[in-house]
Write a protein that binds this ligand. Sequence first.
Ligand SMILES: Nc1ncnc2c1ncn2[C@@H]1O[C@H](COP(=O)(O)OP(=O)(O)O)[C@@H](O)[C@H]1O
Ligand SMILES: [Mg+2]
Length: 369
Amino acid sequence: MASIKIKDMSVSYNKGKSYVLDKLNLDIKDGEFCVFLGPSGCGKSTAMHCIAGLLHPTNGEIWFGDEIMTSADGKKKDKTFVPPQERNIAMVFQEYALYPNMTVRENMSFALKTKKAPKEEIDKRVAYMAQMLSIEQLLDRRPAELSGGQRQRVALGRALVRDPQVFLLDEPLGNLDAKLRDQVRYELKKIQEQLGITTIYVTHDQTEAMTMADHIVLMKEGHIMQQGTPNDLYDHPANEFVAGFLGTPQINIFPCEVKGDVLDGGAFQLKVPESLKACLAAYKGKKVDLGIRPSDFELAENGGEGIHVHVDSIEPLGDAYLIYVRVGEKVVVFKYTGETAPEEKELVLRPNMAKLHLFDPTTEDRINK
Ligand SMILES: Nc1ncnc2c1ncn2[C@@H]1O[C@H](COP(=O)(O)OP(=O)(O)O)[C@@H](O)[C@H]1O
Ligand SMILES: [Mg+2]
């Protein structure tokens, strides 16, 4: 197993005119489940391909433990470059391809056979991994006789029997339907924990990232916007992009003005809580963006202070309701966990004042630390 260190890694496809990865720095701990998260095109796969050795970065270094894998300085030839087959990595992609004319057992044994591992060793490893993935009963079938979810498990098993030091997965569950995706996600996380293999998992799906990651690296346009545990990013988003990317439905953002001790949102006013006074001192008379997550509102039962809203529509979720309301011109969503949906059209919402997020509207960076 290995930790992974990335130092100032950049990738340019046009000789430095623009960068699809711009000075990436990363430390992934040994045994960690790290998720590269971000919108399509932000550079997740590019970063992973560099780590795998399928792509030469323009600049920077990649280390596995204390062994250097890649060292590039913008010149044509890298100073150090360990080829992919010598990095002891295993990869699974969305378009995994199993060998169609081999059985599951043969598919899973193939890499070890090529490495000339002894037969008993191969049989033992395949049996162990098949048991971990609950595919023992499928070992003698061919891929055409399997469902999509079963094939995906075989692809994972085929990669894992090699006992890699680094496990790389690029949107591996994208082809599965929602229910199966939840199940394989849960199993994959469990297996990774048991095996303790350092794993990088690429996805654009924030739910996958939140549920599986020890460490999320959230990217945008070749830059890391924030990294940390799922809770770090969710509870303390470093900027509006991070706040908006994590959480469904999305966080509500209210442009406000700081007027004395009041946050003035036009259609509502909130008293600035004691805990936020210090960080707002520099914003007196200025604008701030106030972020409130849909689950951080309470319904004020008997009217009173809060944000007065008009109900637009209600979506039942089974265990809660999403209530879309209008605040002035703005549509806002909040999550209501009461037994039955409120019947009134005019409601008063009370935000959880301990969970307000404040951002600078110019830089979009977080104000309250
Ligand atoms: N061979 C290439 N030549 C030029 N640009 C590329 C090439 N491969 C990828 N890109 C660009 O690099 C950016 C990052 O791509 P990628 O890493 O695949 O994103 P992601 O995996 O996050 O969706 C994209 O803007 C993509 O268009
Ligand atoms: Mg990709």
